[in-house]
Design a protein around this ligand. Structure first.
Ligand code: NAP
Length: 306
């Protein structure tokens, strides 16, 4: 039996792993795809303290993983398919195998939301993307749109402006929600045409995206924009399906914790973007991970007398 099992290898999970290994706890982290979480699909990180020169998301993710591994963190690439969290012994299941631990830290993060349009899924990978950093380079000298008005949309628009011929930023209001410094860059960019007060009504094309139809929410006026790709950046939703009905969460599916990252079940903690909190950022994910590991350590001492 492990001391701690961590579910999810984003920044919150890796930091929790680093802290729990330093505390001398036998820790196993499960990651279903690749470590780094949303950091690894970010182009440049410029607001993480200590990195005064911007660092690419994938480089950042690799550094954090290497850092955690230096303390001996064991990372297993498998998808958790179910969890039994009640009782002293927590059970974690991958296909065909059960793992046990004294405490579990949930750090499954969040993933991009969909617009919910007809054919959105069908066009994914054929002109529809949720990751500008991953797919931007395919759109060199082409016309693309970014949908959304938050930090992700602003960063994506600036990133794509380096490659694309033209970037349309389609936002449902006429002001950006993004942090001031990012919003100012977007507004100042001549390569980015701002399509304010507009939502996407349809994605157009046969085999590949050839355009979008947008509607102005104030005037009702419709416009077809011919383009090659659309990048959807309208926020994230928590990856909490696995723990639905087990762990207390908000209506939107974010896990509710106290300041010690404790969930409603003793010995189960949550950290990072999965958790209901005011600021979803790398710095808060790292902080959550550290606190969750500290709380799990305290719990193990109290519950198991070790
Ligand atoms: P977000 O802050 O939730 O912004 C989502 C944007 O999409 C908003 O502008 C929203 O419009 C719009 N939107 C939502 N649903 C929509 C729909 N159905 N149709 C059209 N537009 C829709 O999401 P985010 O930009 O992905 O950021 C998520 C979190 O990560 C935030 O906490 C953000 O600060 C953080 N983040 C930080 C950085 C950084 O620090 N560099 C980078 C990326 C992300 P309204 O404005 O009208 O609501």
């Amino acid at each position: 039996m492990k001391d701690i099992i961590i579910v999810g290898g984003g920044l919150a999970g890796l930091t929790a792993g680093m802290y729990s290994k330093r505390a001398g706890l036998d820790t196993l982290l499960f990651e279903k795809m690749f470590t780094g979480g949303q950091a690894s699909t970010t182009n440049m990180i410029e607001n993480y303290p200590g990195f005064d020169d911007p660092i690419s998301g994938p480089d950042f993710a690799m550094k954090i993983e290497n850092h955690a591994r230096k303390f001996g963190l064991e990372i297993q690439y498998d998808e958790i398919i179910s969890l039994e969290l009640e009782g002293d012994i927590k059970k974690v299941f991958i296909e065909n195998k059960e793992y046990q631990a004294k405490a579990v830290i949930l750090a499954m993060g969040a993933e991009p939301k969909k617009l919910g349009l007809d054919r959105e899924d069908e066009f994914r990978g054929r002109g529809v993307s949720y990751c500008a950093t991953c797919d931007g380079a395919f759109y060199r000298d082409k016309d693309v749109a970014v949908i959304g008005g938050g930090d992700t949309a602003a960063e994506d628009a600036m990133f794509l402006a380096q490659y694309a011929n033209k970037v349309y930023l389609v936002h449902r209001r006429d002001t950006l929600r993004a942090t001031r410094i990012l919003a100012d860059r977007v507004v100042a960019s001549k390569k980015i045409e701002k399509v304010w007060d507009s939502t996407v009504e349809a994605i157009l094309g046969e085999d590949h995206v050839t355009g979008i139809r947008v509607v102005n929410v104030k005037t009702g006026e419709k416009r077809v924009i011919n383009l090659d790709g659309i990048f959807i950046a309208i926020g994230v939703r928590p990856n909490s399906e696995l723990i639905k009905g087990i762990i207390t969460m908000s209506e939107a599916g974010y896990v509710l914790t106290n300041d010690s990252m404790e969930t409603n079940i003793p010995g189960v903690f949550a950290a990072g973007d999965l958790r209901q909190k005011p600021l979803l950022q790398l710095i808060t994910a790292a902080a959550d991970g550290a606190i969750a590991a500290y709380s799990a350590q305290k719990y193990i001492i109290e519950a198991f007398g070790e």
